[in-house]
Ligand binder design. Structure first.
Ligand code: C5P
Length: 215
């Protein structure tokens, strides 16, 4: 039987992870952060000194990592720390890496295989409702003003400077929205929530009520 998938897409630091975890808790669903696989690939590219425009080498690396991790290890591999995956260098490299169409096809396949192993799940990313699960019964697109997203990210992570975070958020949004391969756009049937003026509890309640209304 196909899994029931709730998709949550949106720009950087829109609160996708926090709200997905809350939904997963409320509805007892499995949760997957698809951006992690792009971050792991970007980190490996940097660590191996591969140029971010060397697409054939990056795709070959991706195939090696998938082979090494056998199942869906690239999505959930625990050997990477959040600190490494969220460094400024990875934030920059991930935009280039995630623009490679061949690589996106592989990650899409991994996400679908992962979801196939669960009955209900919530998956966050940039193209989950548009490309990965276009037939998902419940889709959300979360957004907020870039300044508010940067503020929340700084409050969450503590040390980073607001200006740097804002610059990174704006740069990544531009890259994700303008790339040729699965650009970030709301799915036609997504419920868009602008969280600029909303509390986390209000956003989660809104999302939960949409999920309940769709059964
Ligand atoms: O979600 P997160 O901000 O960790 O994602 C890091 C990057 O991975 C994004 O800026 C985007 O370039 C890429 N990504 C993507 N498609 C997804 C998830 C993430 O292109 N489904």
């Amino acid at each position: 039987m196909s899994p029931v998938v709730v998709t949550v897409d949106g720009p950087a630091a829109a609160g996708k992870t926090t709200t997905c975890l809350a939904l997963a808790d409320i509805f007892q669903m499995e949760y997957l952060e698809s951006g992690r696989s792009y971050r792991i690939l970007a980190l490996e590219v940097l660590q191996r000194g591969i140029a971010t425009d060397d697409h054939p080498a990056i795709v070959a690396l991706c195939d090696d990592l998938i082979e090494e991790s056998r199942t869906s290890g690239l999505l959930t591999a625990g050997r990477y720390t959040s600190q490494d995956l969220r460094s400024s260098a990875v934030n920059v490299a991930v935009s280039a890496v995630s623009g490679i169409a061949e690589l996106r096809r592989r990650v899409t396949e991994l996400v679908r295989i992962w979801a196939g192993g669960h009955t209900r799940c919530v998956v966050e990313g940039r193209d989950i409702g548009t490309v990965v699960f276009p037939s998902a019964p419940v889709k959300f697109y979360l957004t907020a003003a870039p300044e508010v997203r940067a503020d929340r990210r700084v409050a969450q992570e503590g040390a980073s400077s607001y200006e740097e975070v804002l610059e990174d958020v704006i740069r990544r949004d531009r890259a994700d929205m303008s790339r040729a391969a699965s650009p970030l756009v709301p799915a036609d049937d997504a419920v868009t929530i602008d969280t600029t003026e909303l509390s986390l509890a209000q956003v989660v309640e809104h999302m939960a009520s949409v999920c309940r209304s769709r059964g």
